[in-house]
Ligand binder design. Structure first.
Ligand SMILES: [Mg+2]
Length: 230
């Protein structure tokens, strides 16, 4: 196993399975926010949301820019979902995290409150030494490269000694470009793997992370521009 001093974990759909449906609830809350709080005509919600996502990286960034929404109000509203009902208990997760090397951090586009609520529900909050959430990162979301540099500065350790785990390939590319190793948690979505772009190592559940660590190349095998490796 290559030396790992720290691990950056995505939260949603990474530490718990996508099939929980939690994200569908958040999705509906975002649409409701655009209609009821921002006052967009319901027929325009999808189009505006897609436009903000494509232009600014998140719906929130577009809402801040064009509608002056209070980001903390928005985050509390969209994350007001029944986490405890949706996310199944996971007795294995604490054991798994305890056995992994290095300091563990959360690196999420959600709010700190949402992260803590999920981590507490899963019984793993104490395993994490820090949370890099969208508020701490001043509303700059993954996969903007600047936020990865900010996180690395905060962690204070060389990228080559770190690992990032996420369910979205696009979120892993900037990490790999900076020299981190990466693991993609694909969660049975059947997403096509595309050389190194899909993550150096792909697993279908967080429970296979220990196994993934043993398969990690050392040093990192290829950057975002190469293909066919990993
Ligand atoms: Mg995720």
């Amino acid at each position: 196993m290559p030396p790992i001093d720290f691990i950056l974990f995505d939260l949603d759909n990474t530490l718990y399975p996508r099939r929980s449906g939690l994200f569908d609830h958040v999705d509906r809350r975002i649409n409701r926010y655009l209609a009821e709080e921002v006052g967009l005509p319901p027929a325009a919600v999808d189009r505006v949301r897609r436009h903000y996502l494509e232009t600014y990286g998140t719906t929130l960034s577009g809402l801040i820019r064009h509608h002056r929404v209070d980001p903390e109000h928005y985050l509390a509203y969209v994350h007001d979902v029944p986490i405890e009902e949706l996310i199944p208990p996971d007795e294995e997760l604490p054991r798994l995290l305890a056995a992994l090397p290095g300091e563990k951090y959360i690196f999420s586009n959600a709010s700190r409150d949402h992260c803590l609520r999920v981590l507490t529900h899963l019984g793993v909050a104490d395993f994490f030494v820090g949370i890099y959430d969208i508020i701490r990162l001043r509303w700059q979301p993954k996969p903007l490269p600047a936020v990865y540099r900010q996180v690395l500065t905060g962690v204070g350790r060389p990228a080559a000694r770190g690992l990032m785990v996420d369910d979205l390939p696009a979120n892993l590319e900037p990490a790999r470009a900076l020299g981190l190793r990466t693991v993609l948690v694909r969660d049975g979505e059947g997403e096509k793997r595309d050389g190194c772009l899909g993550g150096e190592v792909v697993v279908d559940t967080i429970h296979r992370l220990p196994e993934a660590l043993r398969r990690l190349p050392s040093p990192p095998r290829c950057g975002p521009a190469s293909a066919g490796g990993g």
